[in-house]
Design a protein. Structure first.
Length: 421
């Protein structure tokens, strides 16, 4: 399907910035681990990226509805590019300086995401929206496949400076692409903090009134707390510090996971369709089983060579990516069906806030524990607890979670999202 000029400018600009960020997203943890050899410092950088987004996403969502979305998008990309150019120009490559930069980038990225997420559906017709979403997701996966491999290679040959420079160019270039988009947006400005609070209160009240969403949210809290930290903190620590994989191998392992995700999404689009929702718990149990397999592979019981372990991890990462798609797509679909359009933006922001707030806690626990406890123990505990929690939810709430929820019909008039003038 052919899209208009403005959508292509948006899509290409977004792809460029995603690719640059993917390069830095691999190089930065490698640099932090090489400089500090500390799991707790690694987790601190991840928290610095996640926590601002979790705390500010509700406010960013309101700002994205009330202010000129194109201006927010363009200037946030350009300012992020200028910030990274300044990091290189002034040599701000110390761990503390980069931590501050990580926080600033996260804050700007939160507001950028809210503006672009609200804007791009206006760039295509209603009939093209599904295809447009598919194209953007495909670009995102491609960027995450190419980016990690490039990031590992670029870090090996040019270090953190080259990785940050490439990211700076990508943000600046993305902003220039977006500046040519023809888009007008005017709406009622935020007049008081009370308006933001009231929007959030309505979202919380709707969540509290839905048994299905409360069950799904509580399960998401447990699983994110148990699994996200071990994959985001402990696994890179194992790759780089315990197994001493090269930066190229590190990048290839990240790419293998994304290849698996792409394969999983293609499987859903080409074969499973709505039937993918029936694989939710099957996918969860497979992914949790993989955590236990990882615990065994890095335990003292296994004495395989580095090359053999790399080959096994490549295979497991592809499998993990496939089942990650088979889990995430059904969950997102179920949540979208359960929330009316008039409330979706603010409820998603509340949902992200609650779930996202738990992840940094888990990161801090795992990062600190890695300095005292072997990584294989962390995987064993995480996988065992994850299976226990999933069995409980499957036995008690399996029918509710598999059948989903019907969208509520009685929507308060106050809950209408601000419309364009």
């Amino acid at each position: 399907m052919r899209f208009n000029r403005d959508f292509w400018l948006f899509a290409v600009g977004r792809f460029v910035s995603q690719l640059g960020w993917a390069v830095q997203d691999v190089a930065l943890p490698l640099y932090v681990l090489d400089q500090t050899k500390s799991g707790s410092m690694m987790s601190l950088f991840i928290i610095a990226e996640i926590l601002p987004r979790a705390l500010l996403s509700p406010i960013a969502g309101v700002v994205g509805d009330r202010y000129n979305r194109k201006n927010l998008m363009v200037w946030l990309d350009i300012v992020r590019g200028l910030l990274l150019f300044a990091v290189i120009g002034f040599g701000l490559l110390g761990i503390r300086e980069l931590l501050v930069v990580q926080i600033l980038m996260s804050i700007m990225g939160t507001f950028f995401g809210a503006a672009t997420g609200a804007m791009y559906p206006d760039l295509v017709s209603e009939e093209e929206l599904a295809s447009a979403n598919s194209l953007l997701q495909s670009f995102g996966v491609v960027a995450r496949i190419i980016g990690p491999a490039l990031g590992g290679i670029i870090y090996a040959f040019g270090g953190i400076k080259l990785a940050i420079l490439i990211n700076a160019v990508s943000f600046f270039g993305s902003g220039l692409f977006e500046a040519f988009i023809r888009y007008e947006w005017t709406s009622r400005k935020i007049e008081s903090l009370g308006e933001v609070v009231e929007d959030l209160r309505e979202g919380v009240n709707f969540l509290r009134s839905s048994t299905y969403l409360k069950v799904l949210l509580s399960y998401a809290l447990f699983i994110n707390f148990l699994l996200n930290p071990v994959f985001a903190v402990a696994l890179p620590y194992v790759y780089r510090v315990e197994l001493a994989f090269s930066s190229q191998w590190f990048g290839f392992l990240q790419t293998a996971f994304m290849v698996g995700m792409l394969a999983g999404n293609v499987l859903i689009m080409a074969k499973l369709g709505n039937k993918a929702e029936n694989f939710l718990f099957k996918g969860l149990f497979v992914q949790l089983g993989l955590v236990l397999v990882l615990a065994f592979l890095i335990s003292p019981l296994v004495t395989l060579s580095t090359g053999e372990l790399f080959a096994i991890f490549m295979t497991l990462n592809v499998v993990d990516g496939v089942f990650n798609a088979l889990i995430n797509v059904p969950i997102v679909t179920k949540v979208q069906r359960a929330i009316p359009s008039e409330l979706r933006g603010r409820i998603f922001s509340v949902f992200d806030l609650i779930v996202g707030a738990m992840i940094p806690i888990g990161m801090a626990v795992v990062g600190t524990a890695l300095d005292y406890v072997p990584a294989w123990v962390m995987f064993l505990v995480s996988g065992t607890l994850g299976i226990t929690v999933t069995v409980y939810y499957y036995l008690r709430y399996g029918t509710i979670l598999e059948e989903g929820s019907v969208v509520e019909k009685n929507i308060p008039e106050k809950a209408k999202i601000a419309e364009a003038a």
